[in-house]
Design a protein around this ligand. Structure first.
Ligand code: ADE
Length: 224
């Protein structure tokens, strides 16, 4: 998979790909992540990429021309399954969307900034708009990092048995059951007895019950 990220703040997006699972996914060749600085696609002085909005109003708007130039140059090289714009008024990200996107070949993620981007970009170049939740970030970069993390860990081969995504919360519309590790008794706080024996069918049944209990208690909406 290849992910091209268009941003005015590439430095904000570097570290998530330099540690842990995402780093290993990049090193093993499961994913290529390329950052493109929007300022490299403007001819204006001071590398200007934003301007005042027509009609008045507070806040700057990212201009269509540098975005068009950047997207067009990428589309000349390959075809994209999806050109995503990160925005608080987009479709709210969930695990099902991440599962689908993890099977795609090439995607572009455009990070907004300031008051947003010229509507003509959204009308003509963007194929999908995604929000990471009902709150406003200063820009799309952190949202893009969240989106990339959810997608990349699901690419076949990225996770091994120990980190398998199959048992994740949400993967089967249930929250994950509780987990424990050593010691079995910490200052009188005991691990459930069932987990200490080797009866794996029983353990599996216990986990399913706990997952259901937890979901009913914390997220009944998932069961509707
Ligand atoms: N940009 C600003 N706020 C955002 C959000 N909640 N999700 C995605 N992109 C954003």
């Amino acid at each position: 998979m290849r992910i091209d990220i268009i941003t005015v703040l590439p430095e904000l997006l570097k570290s998530p790909f330099e540690a842990s699972i995402l780093k290993r996914a990049v090193e093993k060749g499961h994913v290529e992540v390329h950052m493109h600085n929007l300022r490299d696609f403007t001819d204006k002085s001071y590398n200007q990429v934003d301007d005042y909005q027509f009609g008045g109003g507070a806040g700057m708007v990212l201009m269509i021309e540098p975005i068009d130039k950047c997207i067009s140059s990428l589309k000349k090289e390959r075809t994209y399954d999806e050109i995503i714009y990160m925005t608080p008024d987009g479709e709210t990200l969930n695990q099902k969307m991440a599962n689908t996107m993890s099977l795609q070949e090439n995607i572009i993620i455009l990070c907004g900034h300031y008051k947003g981007i010229d509507q003509r970009v959204r009308d003509t170049m963007i194929t999908r708009e995604i929000s990471i939740g009902d709150y406003v970030l200063s820009g799309g970069e952190l949202g893009a990092a969240v989106l990339c993390d959810t997608i990349i860990r699901l690419i076949p081969g990225v996770l091994n048995n120990e980190t398998s995504a199959l048992t994740d919360t949400f993967q089967d519309d249930l929250l994950a059951p509780p987990v424990y590790t050593r010691p079995a008794d910490y200052k009188g706080l005991k691990v459930p007895e069932i987990l200490l024996g080797g009866n794996f069918p029983k353990i599996e049944q216990w986990r399913e019950e706990k997952a259901m209990e937890r979901t009913e208690k914390l997220r009944p909406d998932l069961l509707e």
